[in-house]
Design a protein around this ligand. Structure first.
Ligand code: BES
Ligand code: MN
Ligand code: ZN
Length: 477
C-alpha cells in the first residue's frame, strides 16, 4: 500500500472515498464538500434518517451523481460530547476494513474531523486480516491510500504506528510451525537492520552459561531451542538509564505435562504476543527516532512435552539464584520471565515494563479487552495509565498486597510457580514476577485478554490485535 498526502481540491481520481460525520454538528469540511458536489444528497439522507450518524454506523453511497468515485463511505461519529480517545482510530479502521473487502486502487480518507495520526494508523491496521494463509484473502490492501490533511508529520507517525502494530499482528497470527524462537530471532535481526536498532541473540548455550535455569526448563522438551532476543536502541543521552521492555515469547503453550485441553490450546500460538509487542514497539521507536534509550528483551521458548520435559515437583534455580518449585508446568510464562527480567535488570535499565499473555485469570477478572496492570511503583504506573488513556487502550490496575506473596511460598524451595488456589491468579503471577525485578520500578501488563481475539470487530479482523504498541510509544515519546 502506497501513501499519499493530498489537499482536497477535486473529488476525481479516487476509486473510493471515506468521510466521517458527527451526529450533532452540521456537515462541515469534506462532508460538506461531498454534500455540495452531490447537490445535497448527504443532508437529504440524514434528514430522512436513511443515513445514521451513530458511532461507527457505516453507509455506502454507490456512484453518487457529482462524484467520480464509485463508492462514498460515510462513517458515523456519534455525539461530539461522547468522543473518547481512540475513537478516531476505530472509526478510520472501520472505514478501512469495510473498503478492504474488495480490491481497490486509490482510496481517499478525509480526516478533517478526526485525529490524523491515529486515523492513519488505524487505516493501515484495518486493511490487514488474519487470513495470511488463505489463497483468497478476505481483506486486500489498497494500491494507494490518500489522506486529506496538511499535517504530513502526523501521517508519517500514523504510518509508522500502524505498520508496527501490523508487524506484531502478523507475528502473533503466524502458527507455531512457522514462528518459533529461532525464526522470531531472525525476524528481529531483520527488523533491527531495517529500522535502526541493534539485536543480540542468546542461544541455548549462552542461556546455559548465564544459568537461566527457569527459562531453559520451559523450552527443554521442544524441538525448537529457546532464544533470548536483546534489542538496543540508544537515541537518548549516554548517561540516561535505558527503559527496559520485556516480553513473554512462548511460541506455543501446550501446557507441558500439565497439559491444556484441545480447546484451551487452540489459540496458544498467541502466547508470544508480549515478545512481539516489544519487537513492534522497538521498530516504531527506532523509526520515529525518539530521543530515548530503550532495550527490549524477548524471552522465546516453546512449552512442549517429551521425555525430557520439566515436571511437577522439579526445583529450578533461576538466574538470580532463587529456587522455584514447579507446581504446574502450564504456569510457564513467569518462569521464562523470571530469568528475562533478571537479565534486563543486569543491563542497567532504569525502569521496566513487561508484557505477557500470562494468565487466564486476567480474562476472568477484566474480560477480553482490558490489560491487567500490576506494579511496584505507583508513579510509573500512573505514567503508563496516562499513556494508555491517551491512546484509548484499556488497562486496569490490580492490587498487589503483600499477602498474595505468601501464596507463592514453597515448603521445598524459595517460591513456587503457582498460588495456593486459583483465586487472584493474575496477582499471584504478578507477585512471582516482582521477585525478579529487584528495586527497579516496574509495571507488568497482563495482555492475555486484549492481545488476541476469537471474533472480529468492526475496525479490526479477529486474531492478533497489536495492542499496547501505541501505549508504549506514547509512554516513551
Ligand atoms: N498462556 C497462558 C495464559 C493464557 C490463557 C493466555 C488464555 C491467553 C489466553 C498461561 O501460560 C497459563 O497457562 N496460565 C495458567 C496459569 C495457572 C496454571 C497458574 C492459567 O491461566 O490457567
Ligand atoms: Mn501456560
Ligand atoms: Zn503461557
Amino acid at each position: 500500500m502506497e501513501f499519499r498526502q493530498h489537499r482536497f481540491h477535486s473529488l476525481d481520481a479516487y476509486s473510493a472515498i471515506a468521510i466521517f460525520v458527527w451526529k450533532d454538528e452540521p456537515l462541515a469540511g469534506s462532508a460538506l464538500d461531498i454534500d455540495t458536489a452531490t447537490e445535497g444528497m448527504l443532508s437529504r439522507l440524514i434528514e430522512a434518517r436513511e443515513l445514521s450518524c451513530d458511532p461507527l454506523a457505516v453507509t455506502t453511497l454507490l456512484s453518487p451523481v457529482g462524484v467520480t468515485a464509485s463508492v462514498v463511505l460515510v462513517v458515523g461519529l456519534g455525539l461530539r460530547s461522547d468522543y473518547a480517545a481512540g475513537f478516531a482510530a476505530r472509526a478510520a479502521g472501520t472505514a478501512a476494513k469495510s473498503l478492504a473487502g474488495k480490491q481497490r486502487r486509490v482510496v481517499a480518507f478525509y480526516l478533517d474531523s478526526l485525529d490524523v495520526a491515529d486515523s492513519v494508523a488505524a487505516v493501515i491496521v484495518g486493511v490487514v486480516g488474519q487470513g495470511i494463509y488463505q489463497n483468497k484473502r478476505s481483506l486486500t490492501p489498497f494500491e494507494t491510500a490518500c489522506f486529506h490533511t496538511d499535517d504530513l508529520a502526523a501521517i508519517e507517525k500514523g504510518k509508522i504506528l500502524g505498520e508496527s502494530q501490523n508487524v506484531v499482528r502478523k507475528l502473533v497470527n503466524m502458527p507455531a510451525s512457522d514462528l518459533y524462537p529461532e525464526s522470531f530471532a531472525l525476524q528481529a535481526v531483520e527488523l533491527g537492520k531495517a529500522s535502526g536498532f541493534e539485536v543480540e541473540v542468546w542461544d541455548e548455550q549462552r542461556l546455559e552459561q548465564e544459568r537461566c535455569g527457569a527459562f531453559l526448563a520451559v523450552g527443554r522438551a521442544s524441538a525448537h531451542p529457546p532464544r533470548l532476543v536483546i534489542m538496543k536502541y540508544m537515541g537518548g543521552h549516554s548517561d540516561e538509564k535505558p527503559l527496559g521492555l520485556v516480553g513473554k515469547g512462548v511460541t506455543f503453550d501446550s501446557g507441558g505435562l500439565s497439559i491444556k485441553t484441545s480447546e484451551g490450546m487452540m489459540a496458544m500460538k498467541c502466547d508470544m504476543a508480549g515478545a512481539a509487542t516489544v519487537l513492534g514497539t522497538m521498530r516504531a521507536i527506532a523509526k520515529l527516532k525518539l530521543p530515548i534509550n530503550v532495550i527490549g528483551f524477548a524471552g522465546m521458548a516453546e512449552n512442549m512435552i517429551a521425555g525430557n520435559s520439566f515436571r511437577m515437583g522439579d526445583v529450578l534455580t533461576a538466574r538470580s539464584g532463587k529456587t522455584i518449585e514447579v507446581h504446574n508446568t502450564d504456569a510457564e510464562g513467569r518462569l521464562v520471565l523470571a530469568d528475562t527480567l533478571d537479565v534486563a535488570v543486569d543491563h542497567g535499565v532504569g525502569k521496566i515494563i513487561d508484557l505477557a499473555t500470562l494468565t487466564g485469570a486476567c480474562l476472568v477478572a477484566l474480560g477480553t479487552d482490558i490489560a491487567g496492570l500490576m506494579t511496584n511503583d505507583e508513579e510509573l504506573a500512573a505514567d503508563v495509565k496516562a499513556a494508555a488513556a491517551a491512546c484509548g487502550e484499556y488497562v486496569w490496575e490490580l492490587p498487589m498486597h503483600d499477602y498474595f506473596a505468601d501464596q507463592i511460598k514453597s515448603s521445598v524451595a524459595d517460591i513456587k510457580n503457582m498460588g495456593d488456589s486459583r483465586w487472584g491468579g493474575s496477582i499471584t503471577a504478578g507477585k512471582f514476577l516482582e521477585e525478579f525485578v529487584r528495586e527497579t520500578p516496574w509495571v507488568h501488563l497482563d495482555v492475555a485478554g486484549p492481545s488476541f481475539s476469537d471474533k472480529p470487530k468492526a475496525w479490526i479482523d479477529g486474531g492478533a490485535s497489536g495492542c499496547m504498541v501505541r501505549t508504549l510509544v506514547e509512554y516513551a515519546g
